[in-house]
Design a protein around this ligand. Structure first.
Ligand code: ADP
Ligand code: ADP
Length: 232
């Protein structure tokens, strides 16, 4: 599903260049939940931005499905990005919009009709366990509920891939467990491929089928959780 080939990202600086991602290869199968774990400065944020081409890699390919995102036009790239739902550390909801309006935002961008947006939002709000909260505002919700809204919004455009960047780092352990269970259940139900970026081994152990260990821009190890987890 996702194939990363010889990916390199160098930040050019006046005094010295920073090699944030250093010749990474990565293969993630359809339906797999893959964790990318690394400490602060390892290159996780850079890798996320390169996977969605928000940052242009200095070198290498990012292939999603059969499409090489580094080789397509801007229009094709915009369409391809819709196939990747993004979940962030903080849900990044718009405070002036209701839960349903936040969830439907990706559909607004593609000009889906209002009634259809509302119907899809309600369906997703139920899927993430927030039934009845569609007309509340983000400020009325707990951190865990806000993250559920963020997950629902990530699913609005029917993506194939869910890319989660530190989705539980701002949450307490109980709330974290609920969010990880939710990610697993929606992934199974909607047949998604999931990439989860984290600095927490517990997140990987609770959720992932396979894991890559990122350090100083390189993948030190990659494999099934049972093969790699013992070494981390
Ligand atoms: P992580 O998300 O794992 O903390 P980052 O991807 O943010 O790691 O950073 C990886 C390395 O690249 C770090 O050395 C960081 O200082 C550097 N870096 C990240 N973004 C930039 C940038 N825009 N310009 C220069 N250096 C950067
Ligand atoms: P995180 O670890 O969550 O990525 P950081 O504090 O490392 O947070 O980075 C925050 C932002 O600053 C990112 O957009 C990153 O690209 C940028 N950044 C990080 N390191 C540098 C750097 N050395 N020079 C310039 N920008 C940087």
């Amino acid at each position: 599903m996702i194939s990363v080939r010889e990916l390199t990202k160098v930040y050019r600086q006046p005094t010295r260049d920073v090699v944030a991602i250093d010749d990474i290869n990565l293969d993630i199968d359809d339906g797999e939940i893959h964790g990318i774990i690394g400490r602060s400065g390892a290159g996780k944020s850079t890798l996320v931005r390169c996977l969605t081409l928000l940052d242009r890699p200095t070198k290498g390919q990012v292939i999603v499905g059969s499409q090489d995102l580094t080789a397509v036009s801007d229009t094709e790239l915009r369409n391809a990005r819709r196939r990747i739902g993004m979940v962030f550390q903080h849900a990044n909801l718009l405070s002036s919009r209701t839960v349903a309006e936040n969830v439907a935002m990706p559909l607004e961008i593609v000009n889906t009709k209002k009634a259809e947006r509302r119907a899809k939002a309600i369906e997703l709000i139920e899927l993430v366990g927030l039934n009845g909260l569609e007309d509340t505002y983000p400020a009325q919700l707990s951190g865990g509920q806000r993250q559920r809204v963020g997950i629902a919004r990530a699913l609005a455009a029917d993506p194939d891939v869910l890319l989660c960047d530190e989705p539980t780092s701002a949450l307490d352990p109980n709330t974290t467990e609920g969010i990880l269970n939710l990610i697993r259940s929606v992934a199974e139900r909607l047949n998604l491929t999931v990439v989860i970026i984290t600095h927490e081994m517990s997140v990987v152990k609770n959720l992932c089928d396979s894991v890559s260990l990122l350090d100083a821009g390189k993948i030190l190890e990659s494999g099934k959780l049972s093969e790699v987890a013992g070494d981390v």
